[in-house]
Design a protein around this ligand. Structure first.
Ligand code: FPP
Length: 243
């Protein structure tokens, strides 16, 4: 086999998606309330986003709150919502200055109006940035997203704007919350759980997965870099036979 016949390693992933899990256990291990862990987790978010340009990652998508997370206690849900508001207020200026473009995915209907206003504003003021594209999944569920997209698609069919025979994968993709984003190349989940919990179901069809034991508040840029190193040597086939 000549050198050029060898399968090419993946190189750095363009889009990394992270399921940030383990905040609760991290706090409990320190005898602290769960929100203490979420606050520590929020601090990590900033470090990881800022590490992206140096690691060759252009798109970072993080799972902040799922459609299923409403089942938590009222106190935890309220504390998380307050944390998101505070985080946006505190970080906006630096995100604008540091070239970070922020987008939110998920259903905003159930979210507090004050939070939605802050989310809209953050999207607007970072819209010209292009160094890192950070997407925050908030009240997000993969099945919910596909159901909402299908509803809008069906409406276009009902209105005569779209013919059923013209609907294909690309059509549905256009109706998803993530329509402007590339598919994730790598999905990381922290805290030792090996499941995807309704995260980017459609988009991750060909993603590589990495499940690591580290709890999210302990997830350092060094650990992130090591995972990306491992990913860079993987061979991605997208269903094809290696050359
Ligand atoms: C999962 O840990 C984490 C969450 C449900 C919330 C994620 C939120 C953050 C990291 C904080 C802030 C984020 C932003 C964008 C400011 P868990 O509570 O399920 O942990 P456990 O499995 O140990 O209980």
């Amino acid at each position: 086999m000549s050198k050029s016949d060898k399968a090419k390693p993946a190189g750095p992933p363009n889009h990394v998606a992270i399921i940030m899990d383990g905040n609760g256990r991290w706090a409990q291990a320190r005898g602290k309330p769960r929100l203490f862990g979420h606050r520590a987790g929020a601090k990590r978010v900033r470090q990881i986003v800022e590490a992206c340009p140096g690691l060759g990652v252009k798109y970072l998508t993080i799972f902040a709150f799922s459609t299923e997370n409403w089942k938590r206690t009222q106190a935890e849900v309220a504390g998380l919502m307050l944390l998101f508001r505070r985080y946006i207020k505190q970080e906006t200026k630096d995100m604008v200055g540091n070239g970070i473009r922020v987008r939110f995915i998920g259903d905003r209907i159930k979210l507090d109006k004050k939070l939605v206003t802050l989310m809209d504003k953050l999207e607007k003021v970072t819209a010209h940035n292009d160094l890192v594209h950070m997407t925050v999944a908030l009240n997000y569920g993969g099945r919910d997203e596909v159901a909402r997209a299908t509803k809008r698609l069906a409406q276009e069919v009902a209105d005569g704007k779209l013919k059923p025979e013209d609907v294909d994968e690309e059509t549905l993709t256009r109706f998803l919350d993530t329509h402007v984003l590339p598919d994730p190349d790598l999905v990381i989940r922290t805290s030792g759980e090996a499941r995807i919990s309704n995260f980017l179901l459609w988009q991750s069809a060909y993603a590589e997965y990495e499940f690591i034991d580290t709890l999210w508040p302990d997830f350092t840029p060094e650990i992130f870099a090591a995972i990306l190193d491992g990913y860079g040597n993987r061979e991605r086939r997208f269903g094809a036979v290696p050359k």
